[in-house]
Design a binder for this molecule. Sequence first.
Ligand SMILES: [Zn+2]
Length: 248
Amino acid sequence: MNNDNRILMMKRYITLFVILAILFSITGCTDGHTHKWKEANYQSPSICEECGATRGLPLTADFERYGINAEMKPETDYTLTTLCAEENVETTATVRISSVSSFGNDDTHEARNGYQWVVVKMTINAGDSNSNAYGFTYNYLTADYYDTKKFETSYQYSDKKNNVFTVNYNGIDYTDCICSVQAVSGEWILDHTDDIYHKTITITWNLLIPVGYDGIVIGVHSSAVNSDGKLFKDYYRPEGFLLFRVEA
Ligand SMILES: [Zn+2]
């Protein structure tokens, strides 16, 4: 066989292959059924309920879409720049995720089928000449990595501190999620080595979320950020936020 013939044969094979590829893509599966496509969700692409074939990609998480950075890692120090209570001056504090624990239930956390508790503790160490003179303020927040709006619009404040919200996981709405946050502020204590008063604020998030869910984000932001009446994606900005994504 000379080279020209080989190329011709090759071209025929390629043509045959392309035709077969087109036929397969029209019928989808070899058994000839019509795909029954289930909608894509944040965890998986659109999937055929008959044969498990997939098409496309999972939905894009809001944090990726809007470029929101949940950079915090546990037991690592970060610096928050925020505002004093009086005067419009800045002050800084050291923020740290001090512990993360997850469990089904304990004495104070009731079990719920399909859900697990995650308790996250954050410490804020404040204390510089500005906060010593004018005080220290900050804001904490809770958000959802995948669907920030569903989280916010479903969030219901409760007198009993167990605020209820909804997240979607694997295409299912979990409507019984709970968020309960306690912030405890210590006293200002004089540190004789630098003659500056320091105080520690401890914030504890008690979260009831679907087993395996990795979309809850907790954090703090500068009190210079005005969040009044705005959705998270609209008041978020790259500076002045420290966010931690809770990987269950
Ligand atoms: Zn199918």
